[in-house]
Design a protein around this ligand. Sequence first.
Ligand code: SF4
Ligand code: SF4
Length: 185
Amino acid sequence: MKQLSLAIDLDRCIGCKTCVVACRNSHGLVDHENCMPGEIPYYLRVESERKGVYPNLSETSWVVPCQHCKNAACIKACKAEAIVKDAETGIVRILADKCAGGRDCIEACPYGVIQFDAAAGKAHKCDLCWDRVHMGEKPVCAEACMTDAIRFGEKEILKMQLEAEGKEIVMKMSAQSMLYFRTPV
Ligand code: SF4
Ligand code: SF4
């Protein structure tokens, strides 16, 4: 199966959340009148790790979208069979017309990336910008990132490019279909 992927550069991500905001805008996850900060849904989040002791501190940031898992726990958990992994792209999608709002997927996802639309009674999440990628465009996060920290493409080709550039894929972060990489020190 072909697997589309994001390759996230741990050296370039500065944790600015521009991608998070661009994603929210693109997917209509902004409800300025009714939402409070912290209650606005998000399809990807920023995590970071700080190392060292003052004044010698360093911080590494990265983004966590849906990992479009190989054997997705959300698919197994959904009693309505509303979640599918597309054979052409490897994208894991929640089919809104089949979602019965049972929330089992939210409990099952080990990455905590599924959102719930209480008004519609449906789960929703990152679909790697399904509509955009079928038009030959990049996902919004990869387009918006000011530091070019997110690459998009077919996973095996991304891996070959990273290998050719001498990058190190961080295996424990890249267990599913997204890749996390850095320049070896
Ligand atoms: S991936 Fe890019 S846009 Fe997103 S937080 Fe990191 S630097 Fe900012
Ligand atoms: S990260 Fe969560 S929502 Fe995405 S495919 Fe894996 S289990 Fe499903």
